[in-house]
Ligand binder design. Structure first.
Ligand SMILES: [Zn+2]
Length: 259
């Protein structure tokens, strides 16, 4: 796991798998931890990392309900977890799904964990909305399309946008089972004004990027999505790997095209 600081009050830890990001944002002596790394040793390290940097977690936030983003409950079992109302509804509708997906991943990679994942109760946050943090506030922005649920989190004090699985430098737009191309495009447009003011954008997967780079990714992603479900849609140049071509094929077949 890599940990970098984007700002004295913003830490980003990046998992060894899928470059999944976990961001801590501090204001007025308290902090929120957004999303999670994946491997057990990475999760175990989080409380120490926070302590060393003197980040005192007020609670956890989750950008969307995909299993690889909801794991911070394991190292912080007593923390409150805030999710968008759409994510709370999704997790209620598919109980045990995150746990099943996690078990599948662990089985495949022979990963052992000290205890199973227990999500416990979550706080459903109204999105769009605001969240108080140490006298300042965070802005919650609806972010669906990759999945049917989710939110992006904007910290105006730090000009940092944690956007969940959008604007990734390593992953093309991915339409999951209940994802939607049109919703995804609408989310990109909703994020645009924040990206334009951002010092950094922290994607769910991949290194944090500056605002200008994130805007370039936004343009590439919108062009790619607009070309779907054409199997010949051009993939963004820096993301034309075998794995991303497979994601593209899945996107095409989800939209009823033939890959
Ligand atoms: Zn993800």
């Amino acid at each position: 796991m890599r940990a970098i600081s984007l700002h004295p009050d913003v830490l980003v830890a990046t998992s060894e798998v899928w470059q999944t990001t976990c961001t801590a944002v501090r204001s007025g002596g308290e902090a929120f931890v957004i999303d999670s790394p994946v491997y057990p040793d990475e999760l175990e390290l989080l409380p120490t990392l926070m302590q060393q940097a003197q980040f005192i977690p007020k609670g956890l936030l989750v950008t969307h309900g995909d299993w690889d983003h909801v794991l911070a409950r394991m190292p912080f079992p007593d923390a409150s977890v805030g999710v968008a109302e759409t994510t709370a509804a999704r997790l209620r509708a598919e109980p045990g799904d995150a746990q099943r997906e996690l078990r599948k991943f662990d089985e495949q990679g022979y990963v052992e964990r000290p205890r199973p994942l227990q999500l416990g109760s979550m706080q459903a946050l109204p999105v769009p909305g605001k969240l108080e943090l140490g006298g300042g506030e965070l802005e919650l922005i609806p972010a669906d399309g990759h999945t049917q649920d989710g939110m992006a989190i904007w910290s105006p004090a730090h000009r940092v946008l944690c956007c969940g699985d959008y604007l990734s430098p390593v992953e093309i737009p991915m339409l999951n089972e209940n994802g939607s191309r049109d919703a995804y495009l609408a989310t990109l447009e909703r994020l645009r004004p924040y990206v334009e003011q951002a010092a950094y954008v922290v994607p769910g997967h991949g290194s944090p990027v500056d605002g200008a780079r994130a805007l370039a990714i936004l343009r590439e992603d919108a062009a790619y999505l607009q070309a779907l479900p054409d199997p010949a849609a051009t993939l963004p140049l820096a993301r034309r790997t075998g794995a991303q071509r497979k994601v593209h094929q899945d996107n095409v077949s989800r939209m009823g095209g033939t890959a």
